[in-house]
Design a protein around this ligand. Structure first.
Ligand code: MTE
Length: 310
């Protein structure tokens, strides 16, 4: 530290730090624009995505900040803590990436992720995202209806359910060393749930390709169900005639049912589902039946006792 002699610079020549920082940001932005690039919020692992705004987006909800959507995650293949996916999922290789579409279909196929991206127009779908652990977010997903992919495969009349399987790679996923779940992670939907217009395969969020911690390069999003139905980093979509086994239901059938519809009236055996904490809020808010998507989906479950089929 220099003490004593004043620096020989007029105060008017000294740039305030805030301006200097802004200028640096401006220069970085201009350089990226010059190179034809926009700077993704997700850094080098993300790329900008073009997405059409969808009329099926949830209106009037404040978006959960990008840093929380990408920093507070469940992805047990990388560990059980909320920070583990952001810390460790960077090692997962998402290119090349193929998805096997098999089972009860006329056209079984294996598609590269690039082909999948060309399948349908990418939309922005703002959805409430409610975890079984009673926290929630609002996420601007980028994706396309799962039905677009299903129609291509031409399911046979025997296809009653769809099973989703996630990547299980021991080299890059430290959580696979633990047996809290039966790997690979699997999820399932009934055919009508899978074909529902609200059900999407997401490839991005906030206008950028998914970061690995959110399930890159392709993950399921079913907004009226608890978040765990949204299998991440999918490598296989299989059409089956019987209700498939799912990772959480197999691990603990008393606590996690197959349907897993958001339902404030059916408590988890260890905590209430009547309320939830929106990430960033202090007070808890009431949980909505079907996560607020009842008008669109309640008819799928007409006549079913949702306390039995939870
Ligand atoms: N998919 C895989 N493969 N592995 C997982 O552990 N966790 C699920 C679901 N998909 C999980 C998964 C759970 S419990 C939740 S709540 C959501 O992913 C969380 O998605 P997010 O981290 O993008 O918010």
């Amino acid at each position: 530290m220099l003490i004593g002699k004043k620096p020989d610079i007029a105060s008017s020549e000294i740039t305030p730090k805030s301006l200097w920082l802004d200028r640096r940001r401006f220069i970085a932005g201009a350089a990226a624009l010059g190179a034809g690039l926009a700077i993704p919020r997700g850094g080098a692992n993300a790329a900008p995505l073009k997405a059409m705004k969808s009329p099926l987006s949830t209106q009037g909800e404040e978006l959960t900040p990008f840093k929380d959507v990408t920093g507070y995650n469940n992805f047990y293949e990388f560990g059980p803590d909320k920070g583990d996916p952001a810390a460790y999922a960077g090692a997962m290789k998402t290119r090349p990436w193929t998805v096997e579409i098999s089972g009860e279909v006329m056209k079984p196929m294996t598609l590269g992720i690039e082909d999948i991206l060309k399948l349908a127009t990418i939309e922005e779908r703002i959805y409430r995202h409610r975890c079984v652990e009673a926290w929630s977010m609002v996420v601007p997903w980028n994706g396309f209806p799962l039905s677009a992919l299903i129609k291509r495969a031409e399911p046979t009349s025997k296809a009653k359910f769809v099973e989703f399987t996630s990547l299980a790679d021991r080299e890059t996923m430290p959580g696979l060393a633990y047996s809290y779940l039966d790997w690979p992670y699997r999820e399932g939907l009934r055919m009508d749930e899978a074909m529902h217009p609200l059900t999407i395969l997401a490839v991005g969020l906030y206008g950028e390709t998914l970061l690995n911690q959110n399930g890159a390069p392709l993950r399921l999003v079913v907004p009226w169900k608890y978040g765990f139905k949204g299998a991440k980093s999918i490598v296989r979509i299989r059409f089956v005639s019987e209700q498939p086994a799912t990772a959480w239901n197999t691990a603990n059938p008393r606590e996690y049912g197959f349907y897993s519809n958001v339902n404030p009236e059916v408590d988890h055996p260890r905590w209430t589902q009547a309320k939830e904490r929106r990430i960033g809020d202090f007070f808890r808010r009431p949980t909505l039946m079907f996560n607020g998507y009842g008008d669109e989906v309640a008819s799928l479950y007409k006549g079913m006792d949702l306390k039995v089929f939870f």
